[in-house]
Design a protein around this ligand. Sequence first.
Ligand code: HEM
Length: 219
Amino acid sequence: MGGLIQSSIARKVAMALSGLFLVFFLLQHFTINLTSVFSADVFNELSHFMGTNPLVQFALQPVLIFGVLFHFIMGFVLELKNKKARAVKYAKYSGGANSSWMSRNMIYSGLVILAFLGLHFYDFWIPEMVHKYVAFAPEDPTRYYPELLHRFESPVRTGLYVVSFVFLALHLWHGFASSFQSVGFNNKYSVSATKFAKAFSIVIPLGFIIVAIVLHLTH
Ligand code: HEM
Protein backbone atom coordinates (compact mmCIF):
# COMPACT_ATOMS: atom_id res chain seq x y z
CA MET A 1 0.00 0.00 0.00
CA GLY A 2 2.78 2.40 0.95
CA GLY A 3 4.53 1.65 -2.33
CA LEU A 4 1.36 2.26 -4.25
CA ILE A 5 0.83 5.68 -2.67
CA GLN A 6 4.45 6.61 -3.14
CA SER A 7 4.42 5.71 -6.80
CA SER A 8 1.16 7.53 -7.40
CA ILE A 9 2.64 10.62 -5.75
CA ALA A 10 5.75 10.20 -7.88
CA ARG A 11 3.53 10.13 -10.95
CA LYS A 12 1.80 13.36 -9.89
CA VAL A 13 5.15 15.06 -9.31
CA ALA A 14 6.36 13.85 -12.71
CA MET A 15 3.21 15.24 -14.36
CA ALA A 16 3.63 18.55 -12.55
CA LEU A 17 7.32 18.96 -13.43
CA SER A 18 6.87 18.06 -17.10
CA GLY A 19 3.79 20.33 -17.18
CA LEU A 20 5.74 23.25 -15.69
CA PHE A 21 8.46 22.71 -18.27
CA LEU A 22 5.81 22.86 -21.03
CA VAL A 23 4.43 26.07 -19.50
CA PHE A 24 7.88 27.67 -19.98
CA PHE A 25 7.90 26.43 -23.55
CA LEU A 26 4.44 27.94 -24.13
CA LEU A 27 5.60 31.32 -22.87
CA GLN A 28 8.65 31.29 -25.12
CA HIS A 29 6.58 30.07 -28.08
CA PHE A 30 3.97 32.74 -27.51
CA THR A 31 6.58 35.50 -27.28
CA ILE A 32 8.02 34.56 -30.67
CA ASN A 33 4.53 34.25 -32.22
CA LEU A 34 3.53 37.62 -30.85
CA THR A 35 6.39 39.32 -32.70
CA SER A 36 4.79 38.17 -35.99
CA VAL A 37 1.90 40.54 -35.31
CA PHE A 38 4.22 43.55 -34.96
CA SER A 39 7.18 42.92 -37.22
CA ALA A 40 7.75 40.42 -40.02
CA ASP A 41 11.50 41.12 -39.79
CA VAL A 42 11.77 40.34 -36.07
CA PHE A 43 9.69 37.18 -36.53
CA ASN A 44 11.90 36.08 -39.45
CA GLU A 45 15.06 36.72 -37.47
CA LEU A 46 13.90 34.82 -34.40
CA SER A 47 12.55 31.93 -36.48
CA HIS A 48 15.75 31.74 -38.50
CA PHE A 49 17.75 31.61 -35.28
CA MET A 50 15.50 28.93 -33.70
CA GLY A 51 15.43 26.94 -36.92
CA THR A 52 19.16 26.91 -37.59
CA ASN A 53 20.90 27.16 -34.21
CA PRO A 54 22.44 23.72 -33.50
CA LEU A 55 21.86 24.04 -29.74
CA VAL A 56 18.14 24.70 -30.30
CA GLN A 57 17.83 22.04 -32.99
CA PHE A 58 19.80 19.21 -31.43
CA ALA A 59 19.56 19.87 -27.69
CA LEU A 60 16.43 21.90 -26.84
CA GLN A 61 14.16 20.40 -29.51
CA PRO A 62 14.76 16.75 -28.49
CA VAL A 63 14.24 17.71 -24.82
CA LEU A 64 10.97 19.43 -25.76
CA ILE A 65 9.73 16.46 -27.76
CA PHE A 66 10.64 14.15 -24.91
CA GLY A 67 8.80 16.50 -22.48
CA VAL A 68 5.63 16.47 -24.60
CA LEU A 69 5.67 12.66 -25.04
CA PHE A 70 6.44 12.09 -21.37
CA HIS A 71 3.63 14.40 -20.22
CA PHE A 72 0.98 12.78 -22.36
CA ILE A 73 2.05 9.16 -21.77
CA MET A 74 2.18 9.76 -17.99
CA GLY A 75 -1.19 11.54 -18.27
CA PHE A 76 -2.74 8.39 -19.74
CA VAL A 77 -1.14 6.20 -17.07
CA LEU A 78 -2.42 8.51 -14.32
CA GLU A 79 -5.93 8.52 -15.80
CA LEU A 80 -6.03 4.71 -16.10
CA LYS A 81 -4.74 4.20 -12.54
CA ASN A 82 -7.22 6.76 -11.19
CA LYS A 83 -10.08 5.09 -13.02
CA LYS A 84 -9.13 1.73 -11.55
CA ALA A 85 -8.79 3.17 -8.06
CA ARG A 86 -12.08 5.04 -8.41
CA ALA A 87 -14.04 1.96 -9.48
CA VAL A 88 -13.11 0.27 -6.22
CA LYS A 89 -12.89 3.11 -3.76
CA TYR A 90 -15.53 5.59 -4.78
CA ALA A 91 -18.65 3.46 -5.06
CA LYS A 92 -20.46 6.59 -3.98
CA TYR A 93 -18.37 8.89 -6.12
CA SER A 94 -20.38 12.06 -6.35
CA GLY A 95 -18.66 14.09 -9.02
CA GLY A 96 -18.52 17.76 -8.11
CA ALA A 97 -18.74 16.95 -4.40
CA ASN A 98 -15.14 15.78 -4.24
CA SER A 99 -13.42 17.27 -7.29
CA SER A 100 -13.97 20.05 -9.81
CA TRP A 101 -15.35 19.37 -13.26
CA MET A 102 -12.13 20.47 -14.99
CA SER A 103 -9.87 18.37 -12.78
CA ARG A 104 -11.86 15.26 -13.74
CA ASN A 105 -11.67 16.12 -17.43
CA MET A 106 -7.95 16.78 -17.83
CA ILE A 107 -7.69 13.70 -20.02
CA TYR A 108 -10.27 15.08 -22.48
CA SER A 109 -8.81 18.58 -22.72
CA GLY A 110 -5.42 16.84 -23.02
CA LEU A 111 -6.67 14.72 -25.93
CA VAL A 112 -7.90 17.83 -27.77
CA ILE A 113 -4.45 19.40 -27.30
CA LEU A 114 -2.84 16.20 -28.57
CA ALA A 115 -5.06 16.29 -31.67
CA PHE A 116 -4.13 19.96 -32.11
CA LEU A 117 -0.43 19.06 -31.89
CA GLY A 118 -0.97 16.46 -34.64
CA LEU A 119 -2.42 19.17 -36.89
CA HIS A 120 0.17 21.71 -35.79
CA PHE A 121 3.09 19.38 -36.55
CA TYR A 122 1.54 18.58 -39.92
CA ASP A 123 1.30 22.34 -40.61
CA PHE A 124 4.71 23.48 -39.41
CA TRP A 125 7.10 20.99 -37.94
CA ILE A 126 6.98 18.25 -40.60
CA PRO A 127 7.37 20.66 -43.59
CA GLU A 128 10.21 22.30 -41.67
CA MET A 129 12.00 19.00 -41.06
CA VAL A 130 11.51 18.00 -44.70
CA HIS A 131 12.78 21.37 -45.88
CA LYS A 132 15.94 21.16 -43.78
CA TYR A 133 16.85 17.52 -43.38
CA VAL A 134 15.24 15.71 -46.32
CA ALA A 135 15.20 18.15 -49.24
CA PHE A 136 18.24 20.09 -47.96
CA ALA A 137 16.60 23.18 -49.49
CA PRO A 138 18.73 26.34 -49.41
CA GLU A 139 18.06 28.52 -46.36
CA ASP A 140 16.24 31.79 -47.02
CA PRO A 141 16.05 33.76 -43.74
CA THR A 142 13.00 35.70 -44.99
CA ARG A 143 10.83 32.69 -45.76
CA TYR A 144 9.29 32.21 -42.29
CA TYR A 145 6.76 35.04 -42.17
CA PRO A 146 5.18 34.37 -45.60
CA GLU A 147 4.99 30.65 -44.72
CA LEU A 148 3.27 31.54 -41.44
CA LEU A 149 0.68 33.75 -43.18
CA HIS A 150 0.04 31.05 -45.73
CA ARG A 151 -0.87 28.53 -42.97
CA PHE A 152 -3.51 30.88 -41.56
CA GLU A 153 -5.25 31.66 -44.86
CA SER A 154 -7.92 29.02 -44.29
CA PRO A 155 -10.78 30.08 -41.98
CA VAL A 156 -11.35 26.43 -41.06
CA ARG A 157 -7.73 25.99 -40.00
CA THR A 158 -7.82 29.23 -38.02
CA GLY A 159 -11.09 28.12 -36.39
CA LEU A 160 -9.62 24.75 -35.39
CA TYR A 161 -6.65 26.52 -33.83
CA VAL A 162 -8.92 28.89 -31.90
CA VAL A 163 -11.08 26.05 -30.53
CA SER A 164 -7.92 24.16 -29.49
CA PHE A 165 -6.65 27.20 -27.60
CA VAL A 166 -9.90 27.32 -25.60
CA PHE A 167 -9.20 23.72 -24.54
CA LEU A 168 -5.61 24.69 -23.78
CA ALA A 169 -6.98 27.35 -21.40
CA LEU A 170 -9.22 24.79 -19.67
CA HIS A 171 -6.32 22.34 -19.35
CA LEU A 172 -3.97 24.96 -17.92
CA TRP A 173 -6.66 26.34 -15.59
CA HIS A 174 -6.58 23.18 -13.53
CA GLY A 175 -3.15 21.79 -14.47
CA PHE A 176 -0.90 24.79 -13.91
CA ALA A 177 -2.45 25.78 -10.57
CA SER A 178 -2.43 22.25 -9.15
CA SER A 179 1.16 21.62 -10.28
CA PHE A 180 2.37 23.84 -7.42
CA GLN A 181 0.64 21.59 -4.91
CA SER A 182 1.98 18.45 -6.56
CA VAL A 183 5.58 19.62 -6.24
CA GLY A 184 4.98 20.53 -2.58
CA PHE A 185 4.99 24.31 -2.99
CA ASN A 186 2.94 25.15 0.05
CA ASN A 187 3.79 28.41 1.82
CA LYS A 188 2.64 32.01 2.21
CA TYR A 189 3.09 32.57 -1.54
CA SER A 190 0.75 29.72 -2.53
CA VAL A 191 -2.32 31.92 -2.96
CA SER A 192 -0.44 34.37 -5.20
CA ALA A 193 1.05 31.47 -7.17
CA THR A 194 -2.44 30.05 -7.79
CA LYS A 195 -3.70 33.47 -8.89
CA PHE A 196 -0.74 33.83 -11.24
CA ALA A 197 -1.38 30.35 -12.70
CA LYS A 198 -5.06 31.12 -13.30
CA ALA A 199 -4.23 34.46 -14.95
CA PHE A 200 -1.60 32.77 -17.15
CA SER A 201 -4.17 30.11 -18.17
CA ILE A 202 -6.42 32.79 -19.61
CA VAL A 203 -3.92 35.37 -20.90
CA ILE A 204 -1.61 33.07 -22.88
CA PRO A 205 -4.27 31.03 -24.73
CA LEU A 206 -6.20 34.27 -25.39
CA GLY A 207 -2.97 35.72 -26.78
CA PHE A 208 -2.55 32.70 -29.07
CA ILE A 209 -6.17 33.19 -30.23
CA ILE A 210 -5.52 36.85 -31.03
CA VAL A 211 -2.31 36.01 -32.93
CA ALA A 212 -4.13 33.34 -34.99
CA ILE A 213 -6.99 35.73 -35.86
CA VAL A 214 -4.66 38.64 -36.70
CA LEU A 215 -2.56 36.38 -38.96
CA HIS A 216 -5.75 35.16 -40.64
CA LEU A 217 -6.84 38.73 -41.32
CA THR A 218 -3.40 39.80 -42.62
CA HIS A 219 -2.79 39.49 -46.36
C1 HEM B 1 -1.25 31.06 -32.96
C2 HEM B 1 -0.72 30.02 -32.38
C3 HEM B 1 0.53 29.29 -32.85
C4 HEM B 1 1.33 29.54 -33.93
C5 HEM B 1 1.22 30.65 -34.97
C6 HEM B 1 2.41 28.57 -33.90
C7 HEM B 1 3.45 28.50 -34.80
C8 HEM B 1 4.49 27.61 -34.75
C9 HEM B 1 5.66 27.63 -35.61
C10 HEM B 1 5.93 28.67 -36.70
C11 HEM B 1 6.45 26.59 -35.26
C12 HEM B 1 7.84 26.25 -35.84
C13 HEM B 1 7.91 24.98 -36.58
C14 HEM B 1 9.34 24.62 -36.75
O1 HEM B 1 10.04 25.35 -37.40
O2 HEM B 1 9.77 23.62 -36.16
C15 HEM B 1 5.80 25.89 -34.16
C16 HEM B 1 6.29 24.77 -33.52
C17 HEM B 1 5.70 24.14 -32.44
N1 HEM B 1 4.55 24.53 -31.80
FE1 HEM B 1 3.39 26.12 -32.30
N2 HEM B 1 2.22 27.73 -32.81
C18 HEM B 1 1.07 28.13 -32.14
C19 HEM B 1 0.54 27.57 -30.98
C20 HEM B 1 1.06 26.46 -30.32
C21 HEM B 1 0.53 25.91 -29.08
C22 HEM B 1 -0.67 26.46 -28.30
C23 HEM B 1 1.31 24.82 -28.76
C24 HEM B 1 1.21 23.86 -27.61
C25 HEM B 1 0.09 23.50 -27.03
C26 HEM B 1 2.32 24.71 -29.80
C27 HEM B 1 3.28 23.72 -29.83
C28 HEM B 1 4.31 23.66 -30.74
C29 HEM B 1 5.37 22.68 -30.71
C30 HEM B 1 5.50 21.55 -29.67
C31 HEM B 1 6.23 22.96 -31.77
C32 HEM B 1 7.50 22.23 -32.18
C33 HEM B 1 8.68 22.95 -31.66
C34 HEM B 1 9.92 22.41 -32.28
O3 HEM B 1 10.26 22.87 -33.37
O4 HEM B 1 10.52 21.55 -31.66
N3 HEM B 1 2.15 25.72 -30.71
N4 HEM B 1 4.60 26.54 -33.86
